[in-house]
Structure formats: C-alpha cells, structure tokens
Design a protein around this ligand. Structure first.
Ligand SMILES: [Zn+2]
Length: 167
C-alpha cells in the first residue's frame, strides 16, 4: 500500500516511511491534481480536509481511490487511525525506506562505513544501510532509542533502533 498525505502532516509522512510504506506529500490547494496523482500512482489518500472528501466523494468513488479522513491532530493518533483502518503490518517492512527521500535503503558492509560514522557507532553496531539518493547512513542495534520506543508504544511490536547521520 502506498500513500499520499496532506502537506500539513509531515510527521505522519515520516512515520509511514519508517514503517516502510511508500509515502509522498501533496498540496491540497489543487484537489483535482491530487486525485490524478493518487489514481495514476495507485496511492491511498490520507487527509484532514473534510471539505475535500465531501466535495470529491463521487470522483474518489468512481476512480476507486482508497481514502481516509483523519480525525486527530496528534501524529500518534493519526498513525494509529491509519494502521487500524487499513490493517497495516508494521513488522515486515519497517526501516526499508529513507525517512527523507522515500527511496529504498540498501544494506552496506561494516567496512564500508569505517570513517563515515562516529567511532562509537562503528564499535557498537553491525548492521548498516544507506540511502542511495541522499547518502545518509542508518544503523541498527540493541539500544532503546526514541523511534523504537515510540513504535513499540504504538503497536506493541519489538523493533531494532535506527539512527542516521548526514554525510
Ligand atoms: Zn535519502
């Protein structure tokens, strides 16, 4: 499942990417363009704009575009609403997409990151991935970091933690 999300919900976009779901932004100022992109790229629309859903109900149904009107202002609640409504599985695909670019992360060897990550990271972690687009390196380990805790709290699932640096 791929998503297209209101420009105003930037945090939700990042969390969906962390969860491994291909997600892009849109500007709700142009509803016809949004429907065109969602239809062409086979994306599910997430929005807080009830006016849009009301106005474009027929068009959305005709084209069979899945969509969800999110009720909450908080990113945690928005993510829960989305996960519950679409029954998303977050274990399988988590941490496979770059948070910033929405592009796949590629596994790289420990030798390849020598000198490119802080020493303590090199010493402490064995698994590294890199975004081929922005070249950020992400790493996993056993420490409880904020992302892991947040996702665990949200979905009661065990995950490894990932951090990143800009090269
Ligand atoms: Zn990237």
């Amino acid at each position: 499942m791929k998503f297209i999300v209101d420009l105003t919900m930037g945090k939700l976009v990042k969390w969906l990417r962390i969860a491994g779901y291909d997600t892009v932004f849109y500007n709700s100022a142009n509803p016809d363009k949004l429907i065109e992109i969602a239809s062409r790229e086979d994306r599910t629309i997430l929005t807080r704009n009830s006016g849009f859903i009301k106005k474009k109900k027929n068009s959305l149904e005709e084209k069979g575009i899945p969509h969800l009107l999110l009720a909450s202002d908080s990113v945690e609640e928005q993510l829960k609403e989305t996960v519950n409504y679409f029954k998303l599985d977050l274990k399988e695909s988590s941490f496979t997409l770059c948070i910033d670019c929405n592009k796949p992360l590629i596994h790289i060897s420990k030798e390849d990151v020598l000198g490119k990550v802080p020493d303590y990271v090199y010493q402490s972690y064995n698994e590294f991935v890199r975004c081929e687009n922005c070249k950020k390196i992400f790493w996993g380990g056993t420490h409880k970091e904020r992302m892991e805790e947040k996702l665990m709290n949200l979905f009661q699932q065990k995950m490894i933690d990932w951090l990143y640096i800009v090269l």
